[in-house]
Design a protein around this ligand. Sequence first.
Ligand code: PHE
Length: 358
Amino acid sequence: MNELDTLVEAARSAFAAAKTPAELENAKAQFLGKTGSITALMKGMAALSVEQKKSQGAAINLVKQGIEAALAERRQQLADVELDLQLRAEALDVSLPGRKRVPGGLHPVSRTMERIEAIFSSMGFDVADGPEIESDWHSFTSLNNPPNHPARSMQDTFYVDIEGEDGTPYNLRPHTSPMQVRYAHQHIKKHAAAFEAAAADSSGTLKAPEIRVIAPGRTYRVDSDATHSPMFHQCEGLWLGENVSFKDLKVVFTDFCRTFFETDDLVLRFRPSFFPFTEPSAEIDIQFQSGPLADRWLEVAGSGQVHPKVVRNMGLDPERYIGFAFGMGPDRLTMLRYGVNDLRLFFDGDLRFLSQFQ
Ligand code: PHE
């Protein structure tokens, strides 16, 4: 074999030794690069005669083609290996069992909330949402419960390490009642023209626009046992107008309870009570006339006629606006509806318990 023939063989084995595309490019340079063997052979032809140039040139070209062919072949091999590795790495094991997706469902308390919203919406109540971190003014003072008033100790409030503009700390709202004044302000602002027109009408022929809302949500108190959780739910109700009376409260709340529990076999009792923001005030108890809970009085809400000071804090004239408010416990309603006797079960997140309600 002459020098030219061995060159193709040398290239072939150098290419075979290259294990990666980068190594292959290095090997290629030894033969086809600027300082490679083929280039050197070409340069060497300068000294040859025309005849010799012809035959030597043809021979070198053949060798060059041989090396290029070997290079292309090795490139393809390396590309195949790489593709193969990639396919293996990305392979799906179709014999693995699939991951099970368990159908989710609504929490029983969420179901109650939805029921409450649906029932009150059907009675023309708006549904409002408000902050859980509340100012002292909204949670207490605006509700006729000034600083140092003993009624503040009715609620063991959590305070937050942030001070409001008036220097008092924010609180985790201990009830949804701050939504009374908060919503009234929003609502009056939104319908300012109607409220102003009614207020300016001294003849009293323009009927004053009403405020009719429920505000469900989370509330917080330092309290924990079978029937109290530091986080619990409340739903506030408020109906203010020119002629909204305690009778309306009785009708609305009785209707609500009968619809919620899907029975007319149920009576209500309004038991005198005290709240700073209502006067008179009443606890609402219900009693089923049949079934497992029959003959027991069960407390479901606090209520009363909205105190004139609260009406004034809403920016309304208590001589003109009168109405009622109530605050009920959706957690308690859920316990009664499903016959659950420990409130903590609702917040433990145990699916063995929760999935029973789906
Ligand atoms: N906010 C009172 C409570 O948490 C309930 C209530 C609301 C009472 C509205 C009267 C009117 O106990």
